[in-house]
Write a protein that binds this ligand. Structure first.
Ligand code: ADP
Length: 192
């Protein structure tokens, strides 16, 4: 199995480009954000706890997202691999993922990182707020918290995966969506 990590700040276009990647390479897309939003819509106890944190721009506890990831690995067997989107998001999660995969005789294949500057994060998320109505896109304060959570807790993963020789980056800053998608697919093509 291949294990690709789609990485980048909020609004980088991970969810948008994931669809094209999984179709082209027969991967299962696992987005922890989407899984959490499904729990919130279903009003599960996990969803209710996660909602308060997500609406504040904070991360949900590692064991919650890791439980969701392991259960997805167990459920989907007839794919070439997985495209992880929104996970790992902390160094602890990255180390746990290495352990979880190691116990299965597997390893992370590569990181596909989409980079955009902070001011573009704001513009993209404002646009998405009017299109998709995500609660955590609605307030500037939440967006600001998500950006600082990204810099403080998620950005250190870049060095972690550079050290592992698995980090690959494209710029996701073109105003033309197809141009950004072409860059991501072009990089994926070199990694499979
Ligand atoms: P975005 O990339 O726009 O920030 P996501 O859909 O990936 O959006 O995540 C939405 C929210 O869900 C995050 O801000 C965080 O609160 C929570 N979340 C998603 N993935 C994780 C994770 N791996 N660890 C902790 N919290 C997470």
């Amino acid at each position: 199995m291949k294990y690709y990590i789609l990485f980048g700040p909020p609004g980088a276009g991970k969810g948008t480009h994931a669809a094209a990647i999984i179709e082209k390479y027969n991967l299962k897309h696992i987005s922890t954000g989407e899984l959490l939003r499904a729990e919130i819509s279903a009003r599960t106890p996990l969803g209710m706890k996660a909602k308060t944190l997500i609406d504040d721009g904070l991360l949900v506890p590692d064991e919650v997202v890791e439980g969701m990831i392991v259960s997805a690995f167990d459920r989907f067997k007839d794919v070439e691999g997985f495209l992880l989107d929104g996970f790992p998001r902390t160094l602890g999660q990255a180390r746990d993922l290495d352990r979880i995969l190691g116990e299965r005789g597997e390893a992370v294949t590569a990181i596909v990182s989409i980079m955009i500057p902070d001011e573009l994060i704001f513009r993209r998320i404002h646009k998405r707020a009017s299109e998709e109505g995500r609660a955590d896109d609605a307030s500037d304060e939440t967006i600001r918290h998500r950006i600082s959570t990204y810099h403080a807790q998620t950005e250190p993963l870049i060095q972690y995966y550079k050290d592992a020789g698995k980090y690959h980056e494209v710029q996701g800053d073109s105003p033309v969506l197809e141009e950004n998608r072409a860059r991501v697919l072009d990089l994926m093509g070199k990694l499979v």
